[in-house]
Design a protein. Structure first.
Length: 313
C-alpha cells in the first residue's frame, strides 16, 4: 500500500511524480499548500506554484485522463470526499471533482460526498480532530471551517485500499476483494486464451472438439471419471463430433469440385481420428492428465503421419 508508480509513454507531460511532493509526516497546512495551493491553482493552469506542479505530476495527470482535463479539484472543499475513523485516529481525504456532477445537481441536490473507486486518496494518522467544512452554499470555493489535525501517512489510488490503510479491520475484506478480483481477471484471461486457441485451430483446418460437455454427460449417466467405461463413453461422443466435422470438410471440398481433395480428406481423417482416439483414451484414464482437469473444455488433433496426438486446454 502506498504510492503507485509506473512508466508511461507521455513522460513529457509530467512534472515529476507524486512522491516528489508528498512526504510522510506533513501536517495538514503543509499538505494543503502542496495539493491545493492558492487561488490560481487549477487544472487549466500551466505555470506557477507547487500545487500546480503537483497537479501535473505523473500519477495525477494519468488519473484524470479518463475524466477529462478539468475534472479534479481541491481537497479542502465541502464536497470533497472524506471519512474519519475515530477508533484509529485516521482520516481519508480526497479531491473534489465533476465526475459526479449529475448527482450533485440532480434531484438529490447538493451535499453529496462521493468519489469513484479509482481516484486519489490521502490517509492521515494521529487525527483527533478531523477536517470540517461549513460552507455548503458554494461548491467551488475554499473550505471554511477547520482543517483539523493529524499527519500525512499515505497516498493510494483506490478507495478500498485507502480504507484498508485507515481501518485495520478492513484489511481482511480488502485482501479477499483483491483475491476475488485477481481470480476474475485470471478467469477472463484464460477464457480469452482458449478463444484464441480455438480460432487458431479453426484457421489451421485441424479438427477441434469440445470435451467438457462430453465428460459431464458421461458422468451424468453414471460413469466414474478415469475408468474404462467413462473413457469409452467420452470417446463415442467425441467420435460423433469429429465425424460430423469430417463430413462437413469433405462436403465442402466436393461442392467446390475438389474430388481429389475430398478423397485425401477421407483417408487423412480416418487415420487421424484413429490415432487421436487412442491417445485421447489413454489420457482419459489418467486423473493427472490435462484432459481430466475439470477446467479443460476444448481439444485439438495435432501432428501428422504416425505422430498424431490430442492437445487439450
Amino acid at each position: 500500500m502506498g504510492l503507485l508508480l509506473s512508466g508511461n509513454a507521455y513522460a513529457d507531460e509530467f512534472r515529476g511524480q507524486a512522491s516528489d511532493y508528498l512526504t510522510i509526516g506533513l501536517n495538514k497546512k503543509e499538505f494543503r499548500k502542496i495539493v491545493d495551493g492558492g487561488v490560481s491553482y487549477g487544472n487549466r493552469a500551466v505555470t506557477g506554484g507547487t500545487a500546480v506542479d503537483y497537479n501535473l505530476s505523473k500519477e495525477i495527470t494519468e488519473l484524470r485522463k479518463p475524466y477529462g482535463w478539468p475534472h479534479i479539484g481541491k481537497v479542502f472543499r465541502y464536497y470533497s470526499y472524506s471519512k474519519y475513523f475515530p477508533e484509529y485516529n485516521t482520516e481519508i481525504l480526497s479531491h473534489s471533482g465533476t465526475w459526479d456532477v449529475n448527482k450533485f445537481i440532480g434531484v438529490e441536490g447538493f451535499g453529496i460526498k462521493r468519489a469513484p473507486e479509482k481516484w486519489v486518496y490521502y490517509v492521515f494518522e494521529n487525527v483527533t480532530k478531523p477536517m470540517e467544512c461549513k460552507n455548503k452554499s458554494k461548491m467551488w470555493i475554499k473550505c471554511k471551517g477547520t482543517l483539523g489535525n493529524g499527519t500525512f501517512k499515505s497516498v493510494v489510488f483506490s478507495k478500498d485500499e485507502a480504507i484498508a490503510v485507515a481501518d485495520p479491520k478492513y484489511v481482511i475484506i480488502y485482501k479477499e476483494k483483491q483475491k476475488k478480483r485477481k481470480k476474475e481477471e485470471k478467469k477472463i484471461a484464460d477464457k480469452k486464451k482458449k478463444e484464441e486457441q480455438r480460432a487458431e485451430a479453426k484457421a489451421s483446418g485441424d479438427l477441434t472438439f469440445t470435451i467438457k460437455d462430453k465428460k459431464e454427460q458421461c458422468e451424468a449417466i453414471g460413469f466414474a471419471p478415469a475408468t474404462e467405461k467413462f473413457a469409452d463413453c467420452v470417446l463415442r461422443l467425441v467420435e460423433l463430433d469429429v465425424k460430423s466435422q469430417q463430413a462437413t470438410q469433405i462436403a465442402l471440398a466436393q461442392s467446390q469440385g475438389n474430388q481429389q481433395v475430398a478423397e485425401q480428406l477421407k483417408k487423412q481423417n480416418n487415420s487421424r481420428s484413429s490415432d487421436a482416439f487412442i491417445d485421447l483414451g489413454l489420457k482419459l484414464l489418467s486423473p493427472q492428465s490435462t484432459v481430466s482437469a475439470p477446467s479443460t473444455s476444448t481439444c485439438r488433433v495435432i501432428g501428422s503421419g504416425a505422430y498424431k496426438t490430442v492437445n487439450c486446454w
